[in-house]
Design a protein around this ligand. Structure first.
Ligand code: GLV
Ligand code: MN
Ligand code: MN
Length: 412
């Protein structure tokens, strides 16, 4: 395996320039999927890729592929990428790092005049975050055949209902290329860890062996709207009181399956949301995660029982719909070994780690050997404007990406 180095200063400068698009007062980024700002970030990325000599195509769900030719053009590409969309209170690195790391690999190969055997493609997947349009990982899921195109394009904005497809049209990123249906030699994704493990261990690199499973739900609680003054407490059917008890149950389920379970309610809508009307309807989401599928199944049972019990005590109806699921996903053992070897060759101390977050690599793993490289983030904080990472760690992860990717592209 080779022992080449990327240009860490150039990588950092590109990340900082990209982070200006959607910059927030607290130093983060708000660049929601298929928004005007997402369009601007996409255009900057494409300009940089074209300046680096790549040929850019956009598929019908807006995934962007920037191809650097290989010596054997007929070989399927080795891909590296991630996403450019962010959470509403997102940081500068979640997603952006994986895309900019792919670009930095290509720029480094250009500097060296290095021609790989297989072509390389830098990828920016559409709507990884699943915040504005749910679920997450829609572009990579469509590419991998998990979602059909109509489903992906039809995803509604969680608040306004405008579809992902309409917004991609509007920002000029409903491309012409077919979605997926082509071979990929391998997929690599570099990402900040988004948790505290690597920082606590003092390690610059994590070798990601897989990602934990997730179950997402949509819960609708129905009671009866009534006047806040004349309606005695025993007569009320207050949907928000019921939802509050259910939300507490979600949190308890997470604690009950410690230490690995995660359980979150992050989106709540109250209707009619008027201070002197008893709420008649509440909609909320649930995000469950665990590395063991059997535990996720137990959490599912606990959720349904807990919601039914809370509804009964308040004389409410409740509908608990599973909205999205993917099982715990191991990455390709050979490709993971290659990442580990690249870290060793570079002299970086490292450990194996399981991803707590969902990533486009989870869906790519269904159609191609896939692997991820993690680097620490400051305080383990992500999905927060103060998300931060050290330039030297970002460079380390990108060096690992470069050499693991070269080994793959040269011995496809
Ligand atoms: C993606 O950001 C996730 O929620 O894991
Ligand atoms: Mn991400
Ligand atoms: Mn994210």
């Amino acid at each position: 395996m080779r022992n080449l180095k990327i240009n860490g200063e150039r990588l950092w400068a590109s990340l900082m320039q990209l982070a200006e698009i959607g910059a927030t007062p607290k130093g983060g980024v708000c660049r929601l999927a298929a928004s005007d700002l997402d369009g601007r970030a996409r255009r900057l990325f494409i300009r940089w890729c074209e300046e680096a000599g790549c040929t850019v195509t956009v598929d019908r769900i807006g995934n962007i592929f920037a191809r650097r030719a290989g010596r054997r053009g007929g070989l399927p590409p080795v891909m590296a990428g991630s996403h450019l969309d962010t959470q509403p209170t997102g940081g500068r690195f979640d997603g952006a790092y994986g895309v900019m790391a792919g670009l930095e690999v290509v720029r480094t190969l250009n500097d060296l005049g290095y021609e790989t055997e297989a072509p390389i493609e830098i990828v920016a997947w559409t709507n990884e975050e699943g915040s504005r349009f749910s679920p997450a990982m829609v572009g990579s899921g469509a590419f991998a055949g998990v979602f059909d195109l109509a489903y992906g394009l039809g995803r509604p904005d969680n608040v306004t209902g405008v579809t992902l497809g309409a917004e991609l049209e509007r920002i000029g990123f409903a491309g012409a290329a077919p979605v997926g249906g082509r071979s990929v030699t391998a997929y690599f994704e570099a990402h900040i860890e988004q948790g505290p493990i690597l920082e606590a261990a003092g390690l610059p690199v994590g070798i990601v062996t897989g990602a934990q499973g997730q179950r997402w739900y949509e819960v609708t609680v129905t009671g009866q709207e009534a006047h806040a003054g004349p309606t005695p407490m025993p007569r009320r059917r207050d949907a928000l009181v019921g939802a509050a008890r259910m939300i507490d149950t979600v949190n308890r389920i997470g604690h009950a399956h410690a230490p690995y379970a995660c359980a979150t309610v992050g989106f709540v809508q109250v209707s009619p949301n008027s201070r002197n009307t008893i709420p008649g309807c509440v909609f909320f989401t649930v995000d469950f995660r665990h590395p063991d599928d059997a535990v996720l199944t137990r959490m599912d049972r606990d959720l349904r029982e807990g919601c039914a019990a809370a509804a009964a005590t308040q004389k409410l109806e409740v509908a608990v719909e599973e909205f999205w699921y993917f099982p715990p996903t191991p990455f390709d053992p050979q490709l993971v070994d290659r990442v580990r070897e690249a870290a060793a060759v570079q002299g970086y101390a490292h450990q194996d780690i399981i991803s707590g977050a969902g990533h486009d690599a989870v869906y790519l793993a269904r159609v191609a050997p896939s692997a991820m490289i993690f680097v620490p983030c400051v305080g383990g904080i992500s999905h927060n404007e103060i998300e931060d990472a050290k330039p030297e760690d970002l460079a380390a992860g990108c060096n690992v990406l470069l050499n693991a990717l070269l080994e793959t592209a040269d011995t496809p």
